[in-house]
Design a protein around this ligand. Structure first.
Ligand code: SF4
Length: 272
């Protein structure tokens, strides 16, 4: 069962049998996977662990080059950018909000409402929330216009991420080694990001299922609205099938760079 612990420094927990996920390059991680057929968002904690392991490699390589990652709690510059979210991450974030204590939930919901009001006022809300893919030719203008509105992510508190263990994959991929002032002004040509696998894009491809060119992208600030308008039950598959679907989505997007095999670790309990 997926259990959501809102506003904890502990990540969202899954109870389930442990499984090994092998990453390309010979490394592997052991994570619990939920049993039975589950919606895709139920495997997000496992995907987050997998992505964190991939990003750790990127960080290690960067450290070996003598670089210093400038991202830190207290710098929320990137948390005012357009943060594209997939359907499955929207469901996970909405569940996280739903599970928050009442007073905290009210504050977070108020921030979502404020963000919506600002985007409506700017005439951007309808385009951002109609779904579909953001085409390359409109992407830059959208990102720049969004940033200039200065809308903080509803989860940003004291310039730090208040849902850090449960933050979306795209937030995990954003690793910067240039001064934070460039991020604060969105000086795109001066921001030096570490080249990292775009795992968040694979989530969109997973959502698209049969049409890789027609997936939905919408901003994090619209996830509650998105779920209100898409209350339908999501597809269910086994956790292993979802993990391997993620691997295939990575392959479809980025070539043969990712291959994953799941299975129980040696000596794992049979009682699951
Ligand atoms: S989820 Fe957290 S890291 Fe991501 S944009 Fe929001 S506050 Fe920033």
């Amino acid at each position: 069962m997926l259990s959501v612990r809102a506003m904890s420094n502990e990540p969202t927990q899954i109870e389930g049998p442990p499984a090994i996920i092998e990453l390309p390059g010979g490394e592997s991680i052991t994570v619990p996977l939920p049993p039975g057929e589950v919606p895709a968002y139920a495997v997000l904690p496992a995907l987050r662990a997998l992505v964190d392991a991939m990003m750790q490699r990127v960080k290690n390589a960067s450290a070996e080059r003598g670089e210093t990652i400038t991202c830190r709690a207290g710098c929320g510059a990137c948390c005012r950018q357009y943060v594209p979210i997939s359907d499955m991450e929207a469901r996970a974030l909405a569940a996280l909000v739903e599970g928050m204590p009442e007073d905290r939930q009210a504050r977070v919901r108020a921030r979502f409402a404020e963000a919506e009001a600002r985007l409506r006022e700017a005439g951007m809300w309808d385009r951002l929330t109609r779904g579909g893919r953001v085409l390359a030719r409109e992407h830059t203008e959208l990102v720049v216009n969004y940033f200039h509105l200065g809308i903080p992510c509803p989860f940003l508190e004291d310039e730090a991420c208040s849902i850090h263990p449960d933050r979306p994959l795209i937030c995990r991929e954003y690793l910067v080694v240039s001064p934070e002032t460039h991020c604060a002004k969105l000086e795109r040509t001066k921001i030096k990001r570490l080249a990292a696998p775009q795992t968040s894009t694979a989530l969109h491809v997973m959502d698209a299922a049969h049409n890789l060119e027609n997936y939905n992208v919408f901003p994090l600030v619209a996830v509650l609205d998105w779920l209100r308008r898409h209350p339908d039950e999501p597809e269910r598959r086994t956790a292993e099938a979802w993990i391997n679907h993620f691997g295939l989505a990575m392959q479809a997007r980025f070539g043969d760079s990712v291959e994953m095999v799941t299975g129980p670790p040696p000596g794992a309990s049979e009682e699951w």
